[in-house]
Design a protein around this ligand. Structure first.
Ligand code: NDP
Length: 293
C-alpha cells in the first residue's frame, strides 16, 4: 500500500485564491481592505525570509501589508508601545509579532499586549481560553491548517482516535484541542510518554509536532492512518549538503499510512495561507460584517 500524498502547496494555493476572492468582495461591498501588520525584531535570516513571504502573500491577496523592522536592541517597553499603536490603528486588523524575540524581551508580555481580536496568530491567552471552551476566538495558524487538511482527506473526524505528538502552546496543545472539538478521542504524547510506538500505533490520525528528525517510524503507524507531519528539521546528508525532513520517517511511513503530508510541501505552505484567512476573519469581526461565504 502506498499512501496518498497530501499536497499542502496545492491546498494552500486554493486557500489563498479563496482569501483573495473574499477580500475583493469586502472591498467592493464594504469598502474594507483587511490589513496585516508584522513586527520583526532583529535580523535573524530565517525570520526575515518568513516576514518577506508573509508580506508578498498579503499583497498578492489584495490586502494591506504593514511591516515594522526593529533593532534587536529595542526595549520591551518600546515594542509594547508599538503593539499598542497597532491595536489602535483601524486599518490594521491583524498583528503578528515574529517569534522568537531577543532574550531580554518577555514574549508572553508582548503577546498579551496584542488585542485578542487582532491576534491572528491565536497565541493570546484569551484566544487559547476561547479555543478550550468552544468560543469564537482566533485559532493558531499551523494547527488550523492541519485540521483543514485532515477534514479534506477524511471528512467527518468524529469518533476517530487521534494522537498528537508534542505539547507546545503553538502547535501541539491547540491541535489536540481542535481535534477534541471535532469529537476525536485525543491522546497527547510528549517527551515523557511511555511506549510511544504503541501509543502512535493506536491512532487513526497522527499529528507529529516534535522537532526531532524522523522520530516517528513507519512501522509504528497503524495501516491506513492519516499522518500530518508538522516538523521542519534541516539535516546534513552524506554528501555534506543539507535537506529538510519532518518528524516522521517518510520513506517507511508512506508504505503504512493511508494519507500523509510530505516535508517540505505539506503543512509548511498552509501556515501563511491560514494567516491570511485569519486576517480576513478578524477584519470582518472588527467591522461587524458577516464573512463572505
Ligand atoms: P517545541 O520544541 O516547542 O515542542 C516540541 C514538543 O515535542 C514538546 O512537547 C516535547 O515534549 C515533544 N518532544 C520532544 N522530544 C520528544 C520525543 N523524543 N518524544 C516525544 N515527544 C517529544 O516545538 P514546536 O511545537 O514549536 O514545533 C514542533 C516542530 O514543528 C518543529 O520541527 C518546528 O520547526 C515545526 N513547526 C512547523 C511549523 C510550520 O509552519 N510547518 C510551525 C511551527 C512549528 P516536552 O513537552 O515533554 O518537552
Amino acid at each position: 500500500m502506498t499512501a496518498t500524498i497530501i499536497d499542502g502547496k496545492a491546498f494552500a494555493a486554493h486557500l489563498k485564491e479563496d482569501v483573495a476572492r473574499k477580500v475583493a468582495i469586502l472591498k467592493k461591498d464594504h469598502n474594507l481592505t483587511p490589513g496585516l501588520a508584522v513586527v520583526l525584531v532583529g535580523e535573524d535570516p530565517a525570520s526575515q525570509v518568513y516576514v518577506r513571504n508573509k508580506n508578498k502573500s498579503t499583497v498578492a491577496a489584495g490586502m494591506k501589508s504593514f511591516e515594522f523592522l526593529m533593532e534587536d536592541t529595542v526595549s520591551e517597553a518600546e515594542l509594547i508601545e508599538k503593539v499598542k499603536e497597532l491595536n489602535n490603528d483601524p486599518s490594521v486588523h491583524g498583528i503578528l509579532v515574529q517569534l522568537p524575540l531577543p532574550k531580554h524581551i518577555n514574549e508572553a508580555a508582548v503577546i498579551e499586549t496584542i488585542s485578542p481580536e487582532k491576534d491572528v496568530d491565536g497565541f493570546h491567552v484569551i484566544n487559547s481560553g476561547l479555543l478550550a471552551t468552544g468560543g469564537k476566538g482566533m485559532v493558531p495558524c499551523t494547527p488550523l491548517g492541519c485540521l483543514m487538511m485532515l477534514k479534506d482527506v477524511l471528512g467527518n473526524l468524529s469518533g476517530l482516535d487521534a494522537v498528537v505528538v508534542g505539547r507546545s502552546n503553538i502547535v501541539g496543545k491547540p491541535m489536540a484541542q481542535l481535534l477534541l472539538n471535532e469529537s476525536c478521542t485525543v491522546t497527547i504524547a510528549h517527551s515523557r510518554t511511555k511506549n510511544l510506538p504503541e501509543v502512535v500505533g493506536r491512532a487513526d490520525i497522527v499529528v507529529a509536532a516534535v522537532g526531532v528528525p524522523e522520530l516517528v517510524k513507519g512501522d509504528w503507524i497503524k495501516k491506513g492512518a492519516t499522518v500530518i507531519d508538522v516538523g521542519i528539521n534541516r539535516i546534513e546528508k552524506d554528501d555534506g549538503k543539507t535537506k529538510l525532513v519532518g518528524d516522521v520517517e517518510f520513506a517507511s511511513a508512506v508504505n503504512r499510512a493511508g494519507a500523509i503530508t510530505p516535508v517540505p510541501g505539506g503543512v509548511g505552505p498552509m501556515t501563511i495561507a491560514v494567516l491570511l484567512q485569519n486576517t480576513v476573519t478578524a477584519a470582518c469581526r472588527q467591522n461587524g460584517i458577516d464573512e463572505p461565504a
